[in-house]
Each structure stands twice: as C-alpha cells, then as structure tokens.
Design a protein around this ligand. Structure first.
Ligand SMILES: Nc1ncnc2c1ncn2[C@@H]1O[C@H](COP(=O)(O)OP(=O)(O)OP(=O)(O)O)[C@@H](O)[C@H]1O
Ligand SMILES: [Mg+2]
Length: 262
C-alpha cells in the first residue's frame, strides 16, 4: 500500500533555469497538498497534462525526491527515513531508457542483479523468466546500441523488475512507444496486477487510464481535483468518457484555462 499524506513539493530554480525560463521567480510549486492511497493489488492512475506534477509525485514516492512538506509511506515504511528499505520493495519504471549502449542485455541484467546483491542463482532464474516473458532471448548477447527502441524498452523493463518488487510505479508507460510495444507493456501491467502486485501509473492518455486503472486521481496544476473509479468520475461530471470528464475538471480548476481558451 502507498499512502501519500498531504505532500507539497517546491523546487528552487537554479540560476540557469531562471535564465532559460526567463523568469524572476525563485521557486516553483510542483505539487500542492496532495493526498491519496494506492491499495494493495490495484492499478491506480495519476491523470494530468504536462507539468501537472505527475513525475514529481512518483519520484517522491520512489525516494528519489523528498517532499517539501507532508510524508509518504510504502507498506508502512517512510520514504525519507526508510528509503533503502522502500527501494527493496518498489520499482520506478520510465520510458527514458538509459542503458549503456556498449553492453549486452545479458551483462547488464547480471550487473544490476549484483548491484542489488541478489544471489547468482536467483539472478539466472529471474533473467530466464523475464527474458522469456518479453521475448528478448535472441538479443541477450547483442550490444544495446544495435537494438530497436522497443527492444531496449523491454530489456529495461526486465532489468527494472529484477528484484520482483511488490509495488510497481510506471511514469507514462506507453509514451514514445509504437502501438505494438505499447500494447504489450499495458498487457504486462495487467499481468502484474493478476499476480497481486500494487501498481501506480501516471498518464495523459485517456484510453490507457480507461483500460488499466481501477481508480484515477486527476491532477491539475499540482493539485488533486478529483478521484474515483471511471464510473464515479463519469457520473460526477455527466460525461460520456474520461476525456469529457477530464476537460470538465480542467476547465473548472486550471489557472491556465484562459490561455487555452477552453
Ligand atoms: N528540477 C526542477 N526544477 C524546477 N522546476 C521543476 C523541476 N522539475 C519539474 N519542475 C516543474 O514542476 C512542475 C511539475 O513537473 P512534473 O515533471 O512533475 O510534471 P508532469 O506532470 O510529470 O509533466 P509531463 O507530462 O510534462 O511529464 C512543472 O511546472 C515543471 O516545470
Ligand atoms: Mg512527467
């Protein structure tokens, strides 16, 4: 279970960022007083436009960032005080694949297994299982630089799941993937749910949230403006689909509405 308790995250702009953004502001509030709970065994979705605060929230949960205010627990463990233990139980997946191009999937899998101090026989068994699942055995001894984006993505997923985490967090699972790879990634998440894993995703793709999520929280400008199952959100907004519901929430809550002329 993940419990996010009233977190706020404020970034301090570096001089470089101030120059790049051409702003006199010194800080940016990315997330404001955000609370939600992801129950064991469900797929929970954070739905929001660019800059809504999705990645910031996921990085706080995954112990990569500290919230400025509020706290987060993962299976009862505090993400700041017990960060190392939280990381043992959780995996943060992204599509920003950064595998060293010179190495092979086989080598990298072993390398990350050793980093996590997993015994060799377990590494071998997990590699066999995950490479078979993602159908990448035939690429195991090729260099990463020779592989297609979709194959790299699958290798990266396999490596991220090396420690068989109970909790899987995925920032925009299908962004940048072709339709076939995207579909296999979504099926993988549904398979993980069947195995009892707890899953949190972020997305701005409505169909993806509709297909995957048991419950959805809508983020606008760093704040949660709605939460519920798809039928609950549709009933509340009297919309026919999630896109319609999202527009209603955005229109009612965003400071940017004027700019977008909604
Ligand atoms: N390191 C940083 N320093 C300053 N501001 C940041 C930093 N990272 C993110 N922000 C700002 O915080 C806000 C939330 O960003 P975040 O990346 O969490 O949003 P997001 O919902 O993931 O957006 P996207 O859909 O573009 O990935 C944005 O306004 C962003 O510009
Ligand atoms: Mg993001």
């Amino acid at each position: 279970m993940i419990q996010v308790n009233n977190i706020t995250k404020i970034y301090k702009y570096s001089l470089k960022m101030k120059r790049e953004l051409n702003t006199k502001e010194t800080h940016r509030k990315a997330v404001e007083k955000l609370s939600f709970t992801v129950k064991d065994g469900e797929i929970f979705g954070l739905l929001g436009t660019n800059g809504a605060g999705k990645t910031t929230t996921l990085r706080c949960i995954a112990t990569l960032l500290k919230p400025t205010e509020g706290d987060i627990t993962v299976n009862g463990l505090d993400t700041v005080k017990d960060a190392a233990k939280v990381r043992e139980r959780l995996s943060l997946l992204t599509n920003d694949v950064r595998l060293d191009p010179q190495f092979t999937p086989d080598y990298l899998f072993d390398f990350f297994g050793h980093m996590r101090e997993i015994p060799d026989d377990i590494i071998a068994a997990r590699k066999e299982e995950l490479f078979r699942y993602f159908d990448v055995n035939r690429y195991a001894d090729k260099k990463i630089e020779e592989l297609s984006t979709g194959t790299r993505q699958k290798i990266s997923l396999a490596i991220s799941m090396i420690h068989d985490p109970d909790i899987v967090i995925f920032d925009e699972p299908t962004t940048g993937l072709d339709i076939i790879t995207a579909s296999s990634v979504l099926d993988y998440l549904l398979d993980l749910k069947k195995k009892g894993k707890t899953i949190l995703i972020s997305t701005h793709i409505m169909s993806e949230a509709e297909k995957l999520c048991d419950r959805i929280a809508v983020l606008v400008d760093g704040r949660k403006v709605a939460q519920g199952t798809l039928p609950e959100l549709l009933e509340e907004t009297e919309a026919d689909n999630l896109e319609g519901a999202f527009f209603k929430y955005f229109r009612d809550n965003s400071k940017e509405v004027e700019r977008w002329r909604l």
